[in-house]
Design a protein around this ligand. Structure first.
Ligand SMILES: C[S@@+](CC[C@H](N)C(=O)[O-])C[C@H]1O[C@@H](n2cnc3c(N)ncnc32)[C@H](O)[C@@H]1O
Length: 215
């Protein structure tokens, strides 16, 4: 799986964020600069990802390698992507490179913000974070993780959140196929409230919705 580097701007759009609450967890943060940039805005921001177990040189290598590999996935499924939000591939690449650099700088200066761990068992307390974000793992990798894993992962994100969990996108990687058991999962999570909300971001064609889970 790629250790990709989305920027704060991409997170803002994917999760339709305006003001951030006091504490935020980015779960499966990979090489994203979201945590660095949220922390710079005064938020108690934490990133978690199994890749943070890697020695520094290997993490750097994974993040760097994911830049061309991610672009290749887009090339392989060119008809399934739209460029309205980014404008063109050059701008997207630029944002990802800047985000990767920001991440790599922050992880070397403030390693305590980057916690090694993974779903479905996170090393955090119940209700530790006001808001929990999950970009491009749940649903995206439904070809790798099965329905039971998804249910356990969603329950775990809810456990560590105080108010809200937001997940984007709701389709699988590549061609963007829907995850057919999504409605079943939402039923199984009750009484947790779920809402599928439109966001001002679209890259995989038609994938312009996030899932909001509220305790
Ligand atoms: C496609 S990247 C997304 C990174 C970042 N959120 C972004 O949007 O650019 C997926 C990330 O999920 C991480 N990952 C894989 N399995 C995981 C698990 N079980 N729990 C948490 N993160 C996981 C990978 O290491 C990788 O960094």
């Amino acid at each position: 799986m790629l250790v990709t580097s989305r920027s704060y701007q991409e997170y803002e759009a994917m999760f339709d964020l305006s003001e951030l609450p006091g504490s935020v967890l980015d779960c499966c943060a990979g090489g994203s600069s979201f945590t660095a940039e949220a922390a710079a805005r005064g938020v108690d921001a934490v990133a978690v990802d199994p890749a943070y177990e890697l020695p520094a040189a290997e993490l750097l290598e994974s993040v760097r390698r994911s830049l061309p590999d991610g672009a290749q996935i887009v090339d392989q499924h060119a008809g399934s992507f739209v460029w309205t939000w980014y404008g063109d591939p050059g701008r997207r690449d630029e944002m990802r490179i800047e985000a990767a650099d920001r991440f790599l700088q922050d992880v070397s200066v403030t390693p305590e913000r980057y916690v090694a761990g993974g779903l479905p068992a996170l090393p955090f307390e119940d209700g530790q974070f006001d808001l929990v974000l999950c970009s491009h793992l749940i649903f995206t990798w439904a070809g790798t993780y099965d329905r039971d894993w998804h249910l356990a992962a969603l329950r775990e994100l809810i456990r560590v959140s105080r108010d809200e969990v937001r997940i984007f996108p709701l389709v699988q990687q590549g061609a963007g196929e829907p995850v057919r058991y999504l409605p079943e999962l939402l039923d199984a999570l009750r009484p947790v409230r779920s809402e599928i909300r439109k966001v001002p971001y679209e890259f995989q064609a038609g994938a312009d919705e996030m899932l909001v889970l509220t305790r």
